[in-house]
Design a protein around this ligand. Sequence first.
Ligand SMILES: C[S@@+](CC[C@H](N)C(=O)[O-])C[C@H]1O[C@@H](n2cnc3c(N)ncnc32)[C@H](O)[C@@H]1O
Length: 351
Amino acid sequence: MRGLLKLSVRAVSCVPRRPCSGGRPPAPLGARVLTNPRDIFQHNMWDHVQWTEEETEEARQKAEQNSEEKIPVEEQSKYDREAHKYWDRFYGMHQRKFFRNRTWLFTEFPELLPPDEEQEQDLCSESGSREKQQPCGSCTLTSHMDTFPGQHAAFRILEVGCGAGNSVFPIINTIRSSKAFLYCCDFSSQAIELIQEHPDYDPAVCHAFVRDICDTTSPFPFPPESLDIILVVFVLSAIHPARRAQDVVTSLAGFLKQGGIMLFRDYGRYDLAQLRFKKGQCLSENFYTRQDGTCVYFFTKDEVHHLFSNAGLEELQNLEDRRLQVNRGKKVVMHRVWMQSKYRKPYLIPD
Ligand SMILES: C[S@@+](CC[C@H](N)C(=O)[O-])C[C@H]1O[C@@H](n2cnc3c(N)ncnc32)[C@H](O)[C@@H]1O
């Protein structure tokens, strides 16, 4: 927990914005900026907090200290090999109660909203002239599969590591009356059961399935280059950063259409969750295992950029979102660091 008195708050004068895809409005990355430290307990969250050098150094030292003792190498492989069992146990115990619904989803990621019919027609007529290079959403994809769930959808979204559906159900309820279709997968069969048993689950708009995204050789229930959006929220952090993450992102990128976008949100370096780890829980630099055996990595902006650009995607947004979370009752402030990024598969330029 970091103290209020030590806190220095400098407002960032302009909110970083970048144009987003599809002519939709840019995602506002939180506009609540603390300009007067005396106002701190008036809200639960403040955006764009800059850390002083002293705060950064303090965080670096805490992370260094809690990483001093690494889990012995011979024990480490079980966290990778049995990861799905730890997550199964997690969902068996917590059911749907642990994660909150992602209320920020459509504000931060308006790209998830299916294009309206007018936009869709524009896209279709555009792609008509370059049909071979850029399959449009409503064209039938027959090259690799005869039929597949969501085949006739005009807009296809995949969420990987969807858990108990904290993003899935807000998306289902938004796309229900559109021509969009959602796929969602997790390697925890318990999590997928929770989704399939939920009263809002509707196979007409959603297909939930068990899939380990580290297993890059098993097929997905849709063809390559068939997805408009892939949502990757707090899941890459659960995967071994050095051994697995790049292969996962590269293989997922193969399922995006040209112009399709990967939307990423996850833990950032020196987030409160990292600094709270005790000694003896560190697997490798900035990668830890929790008491329940699930793992978590804390990313930097450069690492995120390398992951996605090495997969052939181009940056639309890559932000480190530093916030102050305030417990007004207990008068405590906490530094949160989240990464938020959007990377697009480039269009092929015809010869
Ligand atoms: C921190 S939870 C986030 C769940 C959900 N994305 C959300 O934001 O509420 C991480 C999820 O990733 C899943 N996961 C971790 N590694 C995975 C893998 N290799 N393949 C598929 N799912 C995985 C876990 O089972 C868990 O549901």
